[in-house]
Design a binder for this molecule. Structure first.
Ligand code: GRG
Length: 408
């Protein structure tokens, strides 16, 4: 049943209204999606099919069991290169020593206040999830192509640039959301004010652009500038909402790709381009990053309901407070249609946030979103398994599991 669902899902991509760069076609020249009207119909049926599948599968598991049964679900979860199992983060970080020092060197700026603000998040308190994926992907692709596991200097630069773009977007996001805390400390906007925070984000982004230009590869420049466009468009999509219930899920997944997955997908693609001339490998890298990135955000949306603020280093239920209906809410709304009115008014009346939270927790919304994330990770593993075995390829397989089991 699951495999026929996957065959079917490949036929009805969730990305109809947008063009996502295809293999060997950086920038905007990817294959067009299906006709929008047909795609909306496909997404509607995708949603209802997924709903019935997720209900059927998840009733068997509690959420905590589900979090601990991923290795049984994955068919590729065991290392296959023959080498001993290695923690993906440990393996990736070997090539990322001095990451934050190197980023701070890119930010050598006066006046002192601007320097202090732009360096504020490069303190090693983030998970460095993106740089780790990027160096592992670089090695997996290099290994696949010419049996070399060395990371090229330009590929390591992509890891830095990805973290810088990510951080710039966090700084701007906190201004838009008027957020007070991130990574367990005050946000830049709370300390220095909104105007200066916007400028600090801009400055990090410009330093990332300079580092990107220094690599001197126009294909790679084009791939990573697409990310900046996607981030802005994703954030813009989030400012709006769909009145039509059937369009909401497609809107949510498109936003999820643009806000979170595009950076991971395109950074993976960029290092594959630098390491190997084969467009098939570029597409594998992109698809792995895209699927892991979507799963990462789906789990982020779950954690907003299931984790505590101490663990996350930022307030939880934040999405509802911002008026956002994420995966758990959209699934819950299928069980409790009363939620529609709350979604429509963006949880703006007194008591709406608490009511919506209760509906979600009484529904299968969290389990269904987790199950969906699991399917995306499964797809990521299927993609990366097309590369020749190497410890880094296997670490990327392991890493997709950590996305599902993470608690912050
Ligand atoms: C300045 C490039 C630029 C964009 C502006 C504001 C905006 C447009 C986009 C926001 C993008 C955004 C903040 C998406 C959220 C992605 C996400 C899941 C962040 C959390 O990532 P973690 O958990 O954070 O990896 P740490 O703290 O570990 O780095």
């Amino acid at each position: 049943m699951a495999s026929s669902w996957w065959r079917w899902r490949h036929g009805c991509s969730w990305r109809p209204a947008v063009r996502i760069p295809g293999p060997g076609s950086p920038g905007r020249t990817g294959p067009p999606g299906p006709h929008p009207a047909a795609a909306v119909r496909a997404q509607m049926s995708c949603f209802y099919l997924m709903k019935s599948l997720t209900s059927a599968c998840l009733n068997m598991y509690s959420i905590s069991r589900l979090h601990h049964t991923t290795s049984a679900v994955f068919c590729y979860s065991k290392p296959r290169s023959g080498e001993k199992y290695t923690d993906p983060f440990q393996l990736g970080r070997r090539y990322l020593k001095g990451l934050y020092e190197d980023i701070r060197k890119e930010l050598l700026i006066s006046p002192i206040e601007l320097k202090e603000m732009s360096e504020y998040y490069f303190d090693g308190k983030g998970k460095a999830f993106r740089p780790v994926i990027v160096v592992l992907m670089a090695q997996a692709c290099n290994s696949h192509y010419n049996n070399s596991r060395d990371v090229q200097a330009s590929q390591r630069s992509i890891a830095l640039i990805a973290e810088m773009i990510h951080t710039a977007s966090l700084v701007h996001d906190d201004v838009i959301d008027d957020a007070s805390s991130r990574r367990g400390k005050h946000t830049v906007n709370k300390i220095w004010g909104e105007k200066k925070a916007v400028l600090a984000g801009d400055l990090i982004l410009s330093a990332a652009s300079i580092a990107l230009a220094r690599i001197g590869n126009t294909t790679v420049i084009s791939i990573l500038t697409q990310v900046i466009e996607d981030l802005v468009r994703g954030e813009f999509l989030q400012l709006g909402s769909k009145e039509n219930e059937n369009e909401r899920f497609a809107h949510y997944l498109e936003k999820t790709f643009k806000k979170t997955a595009s950076l991971i997908a395109n950074s993976c693609k960029a290092v594959s381009v630098l390491g190997c001339p084969d467009p098939v490998v570029h597409e594998i890298a992109y698809q792995y990053g895209k699927n892991v990135g979507i799963a990462f955000q789906l789990i982020d949306d779950v954690l907003d309901f299931t984790s505590c603020s101490e663990q996350m280093g930022k307030p939880t239920s934040a999405d509802l407070k911002l008026g956002l209906a994420t995966g758990p809410v959209l699934f819950a709304c299928q069980q409790f249609p009363e939620m529609n009115a709350l979604i429509m008014r963006r949880f703006s009346l007194p008591g709406d946030v608490d009511r919506a939270r209760q509906y979600v927790l009484q529904s299968d919304g969290v389990q269904q979103t987790t199950y969906l994330a699991q399917r995306y990770c499964h797809e990521a593993v299927r993609e990366i398994s097309k590369l020749r075995p190497s410890p880094e390829r296997d670490a990327l397989i392991q890493l997709s599991e950590t996305v599902l089991t993470r608690d912050k």
